[in-house]
Design a protein around this ligand. Structure first.
Ligand SMILES: Cc1cc2nc3c(=O)[nH]c(=O)nc-3n(C[C@H](O)[C@H](O)[C@H](O)COP(=O)(O)OP(=O)(O)OC[C@H]3O[C@@H](n4cnc5c(N)ncnc54)[C@H](O)[C@@H]3O)c2cc1C
Length: 408
């Protein structure tokens, strides 16, 4: 036997040995592929931090799109205690696709805007906004997310170590509110401006339960306003917001609630509940880090209307866009960046208009706002805004005028 024949024989025996004695799955191509896929899936886990409305709407949409998702929240009882109001435009609510009927406690047709002794009535013929029970709204978002297949883990405060682990496994969505730990951990920049708030409920009927009252007085509530909202037929909510650089919201609330205009409205009533909170008044510098697969939604991203601090509609719509972006990212497209682009396309212009409105009324004294109201009343602007205005998307006013529609 020559050297070459000997070599061939050794190679043949080696192949025979490997075939007979090595574990079968070593050469099992489908299994090896399965293991690879498994690893890919591991790296594509989606974690949502925060089970407020934004986090739960994100989770609901992800689950609808067949993306397995886990939501973590530090709270034991979601949405509790309630620190926010629930005035949401009917048009905006429809966009969120929530079955919100059972959460409605009142329906609004307009607003009375006060500055000093001047008042402007912005009133529509039809209902423009609902007041929702915020606790029930949170419960509804939870039920809908879980019904679609999302997993929600309560009493789990996400810290730096856990964020490191979640980042290694896949995509992290920060929906953890105005003071977002996710944003800080991943260096997503700051929110330029916050408002501090304080609100309380009183068991008394409103004189007109179809109207919310907004009070502009930059000595009491610089940077935002005070409000009196009929939450239901016999519950009035009194609240105040002021720029965080201008002191204490509880002190401002006490001054507001005892002022002539408001004290009369709640005279003889009992206070039911009260609490302080805060609202981000501008967008966070970054809402997406596509490389690290991090994105922010809701208050964590500063997705609110700077004219009023309302954030459920903007944050909820952003949540839907974020979930759709995550689905696309998992399908190999640049979905996270698309999320940011889509949000800007939809809301950048209106956010600018809301911001400008906030800058105008924040920069004017109460007397000047009073003069403005007097001027507006002269030109019957209240009726015009009641007919053509849009509380979320002021840019649509022009479209409404052209189409002859109405709004508040
Ligand atoms: C006084 C007041 C009145 C308002 N009125 C209105 C209104 O009329 N209409 C409107 O549209 N908007 C209103 N807003 C704004 C609105 O409430 C917010 O924009 C909205 O609730 C934001 O939802 P979110 O899910 O982004 O954040 P949040 O509701 O703040 O939810 C964040 C969640 O993250 C959890 N979390 C935080 N950190 C961690 C962590 N480290 N680990 C795990 N979980 C964590 C929290 O427990 C919480 O459940 C108001 C706000 C205030 C304060």
């Amino acid at each position: 036997m020559g050297f070459l024949s000997l070599l061939r024989l050794i190679m043949l025996l080696a192949i025979l040995y490997l075939w007979l004695f090595l574990p079968r799955h070593t050469f099992d191509a489908p299994n090896a592929l399965g293991a690879c896929l498994q690893m890919t899936i591991m790296r594509n886990e989606v974690a949502v931090i925060g089970a407020g409305t934004a986090g739960l709407i994100t989770a609901r949409r992800l689950a609808e799109l067949d993306v397995p998702v886990t939501v973590y929240d530090r709270k034991k009882v979601l949405g509790y205690p309630v620190r926010a109001s629930g005035i949401l435009s009917i048009a905006g609510l429809r966009e969120l696709g929530l079955d919100y009927g059972r959460t409605v406690t009142n329906t609004l047709y307009g607003a009375r805007i006060h500055a000093g002794k001047e008042v402007m009535h912005v009133e529509s013929d039809g209902p423009k906004a609902h007041v929702l029970d915020r606790q029930k709204l949170n419960d509804l978002c939870y039920d809908e997310a879980v019904a679609q297949g999302a997993e929600v883990v309560l009493e789990r405060k996400v810290d730096d170590q856990m964020l490191g682990e979640l980042e290694r496994k896949g995509i992290v969505v920060g929906a953890d509110g105005a003071v977002s730990h996710v944003a800080r951990h991943f260096g997503m920049g700051d929110i330029g401006r916050y408002c501090l708030t304080y609100k309380a409920e009183f068991n008394i009927e409103a004189d007109d339960a179809r109207m919310v009252d907004l009070f502009f007085d930059n000595k009491v509530s610089p940077g935002l306003f005070g409000w009196v909202c009929p939450n239901s037929k016999d519950i009035l909510e009194i609240g105040i917001g002021l720029d965080s650089t201008h002191g204490n919201a509880k002190d401002a609330f006490d001054r507001f609630a005892t002022s002539g205009a408001v004290s009369g409205m709640i005279a003889g009533s009992k206070q039911l509940g009260a609490g302080a909170s805060m609202i981000p008044m501008s967008r966070r510098r970054r809402i997406v880090d596509a490389k690290r697969k991090i994105l922010l939604v809701g208050d964590a991203a500063g997705q609110v209307k700077p004219s009023t601090g309302g954030g459920v509609i903007f944050g909820g719509n952003a949540a839907i866009m974020a979930a759709e972006g995550v689905r696309e990212e998992l399908d190999g497209r640049k979905g996270l960046l698309e999320y940011e682009k889509r949000y800007n396309r939809k809301y950048a212009l209106d956010t600018m208009i809301h911001s400008a409105a906030n800058r105008i009324y924040s920069g004017l004294g109460t007397q000047s706002i009073g003069y403005m109201i007097r001027l507006f009343n002269l030109f019957k602007m209240g009726g015009f805004l009641g007919r053509y205005g849009e509380m979320d998307m002021p840019s649509l006013v022009f479209r409404n005028i052209l189409q002859g529609g109405s709004g508040f």
